[in-house]
Design a binder for this molecule. Structure first.
Ligand code: UD1
Length: 422
């Protein structure tokens, strides 16, 4: 039996949806506590399964992870008890591979299981490995594990073929204590990468160019652990904003940082959405029926985020006219499409392009979440359609949307967690 959401849709929703801390910022920041011995206090950490999974991995390496309250963690690093991150723990979550850079920074040595594939594509780690080599790490792959070792890590220059978020984070962590200067060109510029850099700089790291595609990292002898608060989750914010638009402005969203969501907001403007953001609270002025469909292409930041591709597709299903979404980041990220079509959407896929013809409304159905963001798009559709929608395999959604059922109930949704066979 697995958890599912039962949604009795078509209800009027009204109230404030609050955005918590960013999962994708919290994960690398948790990992970065491996680098230096000491005590860390991390605040605004989302209460999510992925954080629990990573905490187990950190504990397996000898760190103490203590949850002080729902969103605050104390991490104590008294030294690593092993330099091996096992397959059992790494396979659960791809972001676990980030421990490689942090372990190398700590001990000049790391043995980390390769993460393997996942539902949205092959997701290789070649860029991570090429970057480590530029820092003087000798690498070999044996029995599914990457072995990395260096006498000492040395600064180097690395130009990314593609601005991978994970590879940028991994190499930054390896470089902060490397001897000399590391230059990263065409690095990922996502706000979550920026948050990792800000965290490291708050401990005395010397990273210049934070938030740009050229990072200059001067290695330091020591970091000084302390306290840090994680940024709000721009993907959760985007998902909630989409709900606000779908429900004609009766929902407001708290915790929106405009500069983290610029490409998303400008696409909404292109659709005809009029909104305001005051003190981080987003409210929409226009009605769903006023909007027109548009074309969207997912891109690395500051382009349109792939993680909002499926939620915005749900919105585009209910907009007049024909829209298009091109996915350029992941090869297999349209798995929500057949499920949305089961709910009455009219979406056709041709290779990496989805063509969306607007429909009046969704029709409630039993569907399956194939990944985290796909799950969000199906929940949005279920909230809008009259009758009972079951979204199966909700464990994906639990990985990334903190307290979703409670938040939606608070604004009037009829949603509950049930057990199903699917
Ligand atoms: C991160 C986010 C994820 C988001 C993605 C893109 C976390 C925990 N996850 O994932 O939510 O969807 O960024 O914004 O922060 N690639 C390679 N070789 C590599 C590394 C990546 O070919 O060495 C490819 C991947 O297969 C993928 C693309 O690059 O097609 C983007 O991957 P990347 O930016 O690395 O995403 P993640 O860090 O895995």
């Amino acid at each position: 039996m697995v958890d599912a959401f039962k949604i009795n849709g078509g209800k009027k929703l009204k109230g404030i949806l609050e955005v918590g801390g960013s999962k994708n910022a919290a994960l690398p920041i948790f990992v970065a506590t491996i680098i230096e011995k000491g005590t860390y206090i991390l605040k605004n950490v989302p209460d999510l399964m992925d954080i629990a999974t990573l905490s187990k991995l950190l504990e397996s390496l000898g760190l103490k992870v203590e949850k002080i309250d729902l969103n605050t963690y104390k991490i104590i690093n008294n030294g690593l008890s092993t330099l091996v991150a096992s397959y059992d723990l790494v396979k659960k979550m791809r972001a676990s591979f980030l421990v490689m850079g942090a372990m190398l920074a700590n001990s000049n040595k790391a043995i980390v299981s390769l993460p393997g594939g996942c539902a949205i594509g092959a997701r290789p780690v070649d860029l991570h490995l090429k970057g480590f080599e530029k820092l003087g790490v000798n690498l070999s792959i044996e029995h599914g594990y990457v072995h990395g070792e260096a006498k000492e890590l040395k600064g180097g220059t690395f130009v990314f073929d593609f601005p991978s978020v994970g590879a940028t984070e991994n190499i930054i962590m390896a470089a902060v204590k490397a001897k000399g200067i590391t230059i990263l060109e065409n690095a990922a510029r996502e706000p979550e990468v920026e948050d990792l850099c800000n965290f490291l700089n708050s401990m005395g790291a010397k990273i210049k160019g934070v938030g740009s595609s050229r990072l200059e990292i001067t290695g330091v002898e020591k970091l000084i652990p302390g306290e840090y608060s994680i940024i709000p989750d721009r993907i959760v914010a985007g998902t909630f904003i989409i709900a606000a638009i779908m429900f004609d402005g009766d929902i407001k969203v708290k915790g929106v940082i405009e500069e983290h969501s610029q490409s998303f907001l400008s696409k909404l403007e292109e659709m005809g959405v009029k909104y305001k953001i005051e003190s981080g609270i987003f409210s929409v002025i226009t009605k769903l029926s006023d909007l027109k469909s548009i074309k969207i292409t997912t891109m690395p930041h500051p382009g349109f985020p792939t993680d909002l591709q499926s939620p915005i597709m749900t919105l585009m299903c209910l907009i007049n006219g024909n829209g298009e979404i091109k996915e350029t980041i992941f090869e297999n990220r349209f798995m929500h499409v057949p499920e949305l079509n089961r709910m009455g959407a009219k979406i056709k896929i041709d290779n990496h392009m989805a063509s969306i013809e607007g429909v009046k409304n969704f029709s409630a159905a039993e569907v399956m979440a194939s990944d985290l963001r796909a799950g969000a798009s199906l929940i949005l559709a279920g909230l809008k359609s009259e009758g009972e929608t079951i979204v199966n395999r909700i464990y994906h959604v639990d990985r990334g949307y903190e307290g979703l059922v409670d938040k939606l109930k608070k604004i009037g949704a009829d949603i509950e967690r049930i057990k199903t066979q699917a």
